[in-house]
Design a binder for this molecule. Sequence first.
Ligand code: PLP
Ligand code: COI
Length: 329
Amino acid sequence: MGYALKETEFRYRAYTEKGEWQKGSLTTNKNISIHEGSNVFHYGQALFEGLKAYKTKTGKTQLFRPDLNFIRINEGLRRLVAPELPEDLFFEAIIEVVKANQDDIPEYGKGQSLYIRPFVIGQGMNLGVKPSDEYLFSVFCAPVGTYFAGGLQALEFVTTDYDRASANGTGQVKVAGNYAASLYPRSLAKKEGYAGVIYLDPLTHSKIDEVGAANFFGITHDNVLVTPRSSSILPSITKKSILYIAEHMLGMKVEERPCFIDNVDEFKEAGACGTAAIITPIKSITHKGKVTQFGEGNVGPTVKKLYDTLVGIYYGDIEAPEGWIQEIK
Ligand code: PLP
Ligand code: COI
């Protein structure tokens, strides 16, 4: 089951009819039966999202910035020439799934959450390379702990010569093919004992792009939070949030700009951030055999402060900036 701690009972499914999204419903059927000629099997017309529901100390259930997942899934659907999801359908599916599986939302204080996975696939007989005529939108969920081993523990990463996405490709959206492309470099890194891969910009391989399934950020020696700007990385909601936290809650300077791998020692601390990764401190980056260490090989103080603030907001212990939290009643 990988990242999931267990499977849950209910999922939501909705379909298009003549290219228009129809209202869906909950089901307990984990299997999807679709035509062998479906685009998803051959040409990869598949897209997903990831967000989490958290239990607060007072027993409330809350989502973190789901409006941004909604915007991003539709950006991806436009890129895949698939019909955009109506806002009420997207939110109905998520809320129904969380409510139906509420007994599986981990209790406050365990460092766990309910990971919610919306996805859209192109289905129906479709042998030629063209967008599907019909689509499925589904949402399922699973309780999860930490994505990378060990909670708030600094981990070792390595750069790769492979790319997960091209400069003007699909890196900015969560299409399934980006992840298929990442499996081989990830397996090479794992075999060598690394927690994961750092992708470089596909055009020049001179700048840090992102960290497997998370964005990269570094803290310079004069305490500026820097994160790469690139056309081939996923615009992470967590990254957007920690930029805000750093600037407006921790009083730091922030910059989005190229991060040259040959200049990576400009950072005294570094981290990977994402819904699944939360904030994972980077202990070291190995590039062409050269190892650069961060946070003195441990969790640095700024990464720790960012982590504590972000996680405090997730679980309702720290007041969130306006509009970041949606309670599920
Ligand atoms: N980059 C990639 C490739 C991802 O798959 C993810 C996960 O969603 C992220 C970054 C982090 O994005 P977010 O913070 O929106 O989860
Ligand atoms: C997420 O953080 O939501 C991701 O997409 C990572 C994932 C592939 C488990």
